[in-house]
Write a protein that binds this ligand. Structure first.
Ligand SMILES: Nc1ncnc2c1ncn2[C@@H]1O[C@H](COP(=O)(O)OP(=O)(O)O)[C@@H](O)[C@H]1O
Ligand SMILES: [Mg+2]
Length: 238
């Protein structure tokens, strides 16, 4: 197993955001984590990447317990994160933003840069444009591209489709599939459950800090309870 989250509890002060969350991501998979606002999806990703400490439980990556490894070292181990809400550097150019993603690497990053530009031709065209002047969709691509610059084994994506127009949403999901087909494992957090389940191999449903369901993604796509709660309920219209 590439990534194992084992019964983690995570708190913000006295408030428990995650209550014994367990999940697994195998090499080569796209696994999606769906759930309502406030369910704990972002907290789960942040705890995996080392931005939040856990109170108990463990996170294992490539067989190693990384629960206490600092975040910047997890990047080097192969965990790449594309955070919620984009978080690019607005005053830096596209190229500078991408190079920030590679800061932890000592080796030659030109091949990685070439791959990112191949995935996102728009970023290549706009290399010297300031990040802050890019459109929402372009900034989302930049955020994903920056995470890819570390050449991660697993890419954590937090709501990559948020705030995008339908056509761009479609494009982002296709790119996620391409990234996966090229060998990167993906853990995808989405409120857009329909699209996420359509491209994922397996899925977990998170409710108030707990995993309440896990199954092959196709199975959840046709699960009446999941449809009612997260997919607008109507089987016929989607
Ligand atoms: N910085 C924070 N301080 C206090 N509570 C927080 C903080 N971030 C998140 N929470 C709480 O933790 C819970 C999970 O939040 P989050 O992981 O952001 O959910 P999701 O990403 O699924 O919307 C929510 O109840 C939220 O209010
Ligand atoms: Mg979130």
């Amino acid at each position: 197993m590439l990534l194992e989250v084992q019964g983690i509890n995570v708190h913000y002060g006295k408030i428990a955001a995650l209550k014994g969350v367990s999940l697994e991501v195998d090499e080569g998979e796209i696994v999606t984590l769906i759930g309502a606002n406030g369910a704990g999806k972002t907290t789960t990703l942040k705890t995996i990447s080392g931005l939040r400490p856990l109170t108990s439980g463990a996170i294992r990556f490539k067989g190693q317990d990384i629960s206490k490894v600092p975040g910047h070292k997890r990047v080097i181990l192969g965990i790449g994160q594309s955070p919620e809400g984009r978080g690019i550097f607005p005053g830096m150019t596209v190229l500078e933003n991408l190079m920030m993603g590679a800061y932890a690497r000592k080796d030659d990053v030109s091949k990685q840069l070439e791959e990112v530009f191949e995935l996102f031709p728009r970023l290549a065209e706009r290399k010297s444009q300031f990040g802050g002047t890019m459109s929402g969709g372009e900034q989302q691509m930049l955020t994903i591209g920056r995470a890819l610059m570390t050449n991660p084994s697993v890419l954590l994506l937090d709501e990559p489709s948020m705030g995008l127009a339908p056509l761009l949403i479609q494009q982002i999901f296709e790119i996620i599939q391409t990234i996966n087909a090229r060998g990167t494992t993906v853990l995808l957090v989405e409120q857009n459950a329909q699209q996420a389940l359509s491209i994922a191999h397996r899925a977990y449903v998170l409710e108030t800090g707990m995993v309440v369901k896990s199954a092959p993604a196709q199975e959840l796509l046709h699960d009446p309870a999941v449809r009612a709660a997260y997919l607008g309920g109507d089987l016929g219209l989607h």
